[in-house]
Design a protein around this ligand. Structure first.
Ligand SMILES: NC(=O)c1ccc[n+]([C@@H]2O[C@H](COP(=O)([O-])OP(=O)(O)OC[C@H]3O[C@@H](n4cnc5c(N)ncnc54)[C@H](O)[C@@H]3O)[C@@H](O)[C@H]2O)c1
Length: 274
């Protein structure tokens, strides 16, 4: 019997979007658990700041910072080669790069027919293809190593309709579907050695939704109030409240868990609003 199912010390995890609000938080957490963490991030300045924060918190952290683009296969392959050169293997991938953009959301005074298709395509590209491409590049290394866990980021908008948020919701619905699809494919092709799951975060304040949910003075916007009313916990999530779910899905504690989408939402999806 394995005594510590949650031991991830020494495992090599690639985190995309690792300088983002949620990615940075979990990447630092994984480093503090003695995992070897590869920070794959587009924005080099944010990456440097995040790495410095990680080193300050965990001076002996094993980390590798790489600038990369989840939409560019050559960039991902270069990152994979750098990871193999330094650590020799890949045990997991956290597909944290993703998000929304203004034009793919319908403004309050507009209708669906004003949708900016270019913005819609960009959001679908980042969330869906930005999850598929890193999986294509890193999953073969997990298959070779005989062990692996992929964790994707879905959203409650894939489960419950959020008014106005059309592009992001469609893309996260696709990420949820792709998570299950790849879980089945990997289960059949690896005899269960490589697992694929997703977290479904509720509302966490980040760069992309801050102005939608809170005013300059920190008070809630009308939409922010609606979100809180529909979240049984009556508050937004804190980035570190996703750590446990992700740790579990990456670890041997979840060895028979694949294709699951784990809600971390203060009860938002369970609640009818009544
Ligand atoms: N914050 C929330 O409330 C919330 C809720 C549900 C789901 N999510 C999802 O969780 C994930 C992380 O969200 P977040 O709030 O930390 O977002 P964030 O915007 O803070 O972080 C995203 C990071 O990805 C990076 N990035 C963007 N494009 C990239 C590319 N092409 N290649 C590499 N890196 C790229 C950005 O530079 C940024 O550092 C996203 O998929 C998001 O959609 C967030």
């Amino acid at each position: 019997m394995k005594s510590n199912l949650f031991d991830i010390g020494g495992r090599v995890y690639v985190v995309t979007g690792a300088a983002g609000v949620l990615g940075n938080s979990v990447a630092r957490y994984l480093a503090a658990q003695k995992a070897k963490v590869v920070w794959l991030e587009f924005d080099i300045q944010r990456l440097e700041t995040a790495l410095a924060q990680c080193k300050a918190e965990t001076p002996d952290a094993e980390v590798l910072g790489l600038q990369g683009n989840v939409l560019d296969r050559a960039s991902l392959e270069a990152a994979r080669d750098a990871v193999l050169k330094k650590y020799g293997r890949v045990d997991g991938l956290l597909n944290g790069a993703g998000g929304n953009m203004a034009g793919a959301t319908i403004a309050p005074d507009k209708s669906f027919f004003d949708l900016d298709m270019d913005a819609f395509r960009k959001v679908v590209d980042l969330n869906l293809n930005g999850t598929v491409l890193p999986s294509l590049v890193f999953a073969p290394e997990m298959m070779k190593g005989g062990r692996g866990a992929i964790v994707n980021y879905s959203s409650v908008s894939a489960f419950q309709v959020l008014t106005r948020v059309v592009g992001y919701s469609a893309s996260k619905g696709a990420v949820t579907n792709f998570t299950r699809w790849l879980a089945v494919d990997m289960a059949r092709n690896t005899g269960g050695k490589v697992r694929v799951n997703a977290v479904m975060p509720g509302f966490f304040i980040g760069e992309q939704n801050r102005r939608l949910l809170t005013n300059e003075d920190g008070s809630l916007t009308e939409r922010g109030q609606l979100v809180i009313q529909n979240t049984p916990f009556g508050r937004f999530g804190e980035a570190d409240e996703l750590h446990g779910a992700i740790h579990y899905l990456l670890s041997d504690a979840a060895s028979f868990v694949t294709g699951s989408v784990l809600e971390v939402d203060g009860g938002f999806c369970a609640f009818s609003g009544v």
